[in-house]
Design a binder for this molecule. Sequence first.
Ligand code: FES
Ligand SMILES: [Fe+2]
Length: 331
Amino acid sequence: MSERLEPSGWVAVARSKALGKNPLRVIAAGRPLVLFRTAAGTHCLADICPHRSAPLSAGRVVGEAIECPYHGWRFAGSGRCTAVPGLVGETPRALVPSYSVTEKDGLIFFSTGRESDAPYTTVLSGQDTVSTIVESRVNASLAEVAENILDATHTHFTHKGILRGLSSRRYRVTVTVSGGDGWVEARYKGEPKQEGLISRLLEGERSISIGRFRAPGIAELEFWGKDRINLATTFHLCQETADTVHGFGILSGPRQGGLGHLKALLFRPFFLIALGQDRRILQAAEVNRRMFAERRQMMGPLDVMRPHIDAILAGKRPEVADRPAELVMEL
Ligand code: FES
Ligand SMILES: [Fe+2]
């Protein structure tokens, strides 16, 4: 399986509200990071003291610096050592790796590079939008989780009653898969509004729905009404360690007076149930994959996204970027 552990571009690592006056340790791509806030802003360093390797996140913020909990060395947001308690004379040159960090729409993003643009958060944002964030962890690979979010063929089984109705009725839909450098999307046309609870509550008439994957780890769904998006869910996924994916889902919809808020409130618990259902099946499959390590997975004829997700994660241009594909299936 192709999976890129080294993130490039902005990667969501925490909710803004999780970072208060104490430092916060997060892990991205197997790399422990410490986030901390000072008057000057938010900072992100490798969570390791260059002296005896203590996690800086177990220390505290003092003025513009973070103080190591072991011997009290202090480091600025740039990673430069600014103080060694007890030392008479010049502070030694010590540097903790520092990373770009920024916040948008309630999430904190880090990057190993120097990003010139703000991170992409979600398709719907601003004044006319109501949104809520859910956080989740799954023992699986990023490719498996991204595919699961975008896969329309598991909902009949994994989410019967929640995302789909209880009847086994299916409708013929046309799926167009296209893409470009770093992204792939599937557009589903001809599907009536789904009969599950979430759709009943939230959606008006549905015209098309779109599932999209973007590098480095964004999986998003858009449900379109006649001329606007009725509901969008954008998941920011990060391969935290080799066996865990950390995800933040932004659910958003039009404000519609107070109605949008009410819907968002109602939506959240159902959404959490659906996430739990996905987590259980993904983790059970992951346990099996490890125990049947010699077996390869089969690519099914309806797995329209997975080959392209794998290609993008391997840093390649997806095949559908140059040759969009169309197929008919029953959903
Ligand atoms: S380990 Fe950090 S100051 Fe010694
Ligand atoms: Fe699901």
